[in-house]
Design a protein around this ligand. Sequence first.
Ligand code: B16
Ligand code: MG
Length: 221
Amino acid sequence: MKKVKGYIFDLDGVIVDTAKYHYKSWRRLANKLGFDITIEQNENLKGVSRKESLEYILKIGGQSFSDIEQTKLAELKNSWYVESISNMDESELLPGAAELIREIKAAGLKLSLGSASKNSERILKSTGLYDLFDAIIDGTKTSESKPHPQVFLMGAEALGLDPEDCVVFEDSINGIKAANTGGFTSIGVGDEHTLREASFILPNLEGCTIAVIEEKVAQHK
Ligand code: B16
Ligand code: MG
């Protein structure tokens, strides 16, 4: 890659600190059904759609429900999740994320969201970032879940760029796999061991600038 032309951001766990609310809401649902889920099991839920997350959780609890009941359970979890993000503002942004997004926009480079969430519009609006994105690809537009690369491929296409000209920021194992499979440079944001399949890893986005990314991408080649 000569120069990074497109920046694709995952939402939950990269831009905003919502992963903890997803976990809390899934845990509340599991507890209501009579079992519990661990923080390690929650790692496998990151980047995974609501429907597939529920299927995974029900498997942990050894429980089965009809499709209609599953829809109701997913809706119940989402109502708790939406309630927990109802007063969301800029204070929920993860360190450095908004600064980097604003720098990319000011530099005239392309920005897309690549999230599994169906709540992304609400979250981006309440944190003041919605208008900065050239494309918003999320769970309302995709038919495949990460680790399938669809969400990122749609993002690159919406930006008019090839995957090899774009970087993807991700906090989940499934998201890193999706970016790698799609031919993107994957940037893991978070734990070094968990995200070891990424092209490179940053502990968080604090102090992260276009120059930092360009340098890391050049080193990775
Ligand atoms: P929703 P991301 C993902 O968002 C979350 O990591 C995952 O935990 C959640 O189940 C999924 O969105 C669906 O979210 O229930 O809001 O539609 O990390 O891909 O931005
Ligand atoms: Mg995420």
